[in-house]
Design a protein. Structure first.
Length: 61
């Protein structure tokens, strides 16, 4: 499945020249994650529950 650029959201912690360039797309019953510097590279797909658990955990750090 190829997503349009408008379907991806870049992390608010990412910068155009920084190392942390993460983008996320919400697709029906899954969350897709990719490196914005390599948009055609590998993507990680997780469930909404797993994404919520990750964001909750990361927010505590």
């Amino acid at each position: 499945m190829t997503l349009k650029p408008s379907e991806w959201t870049k992390s608010s912690y990412s910068t155009n020249d920084g190392p942390e360039c993460v983008e996320v797309a919400w697709i029906k019953s899954s969350i897709r994650i990719r490196d914005s510097k390599h948009p055609h590279g590998p993507q990680l797909t997780v469930t909404p529950a797993a994404w919520t658990a990750f964001v909750t955990y990361a927010g505590r750090r």
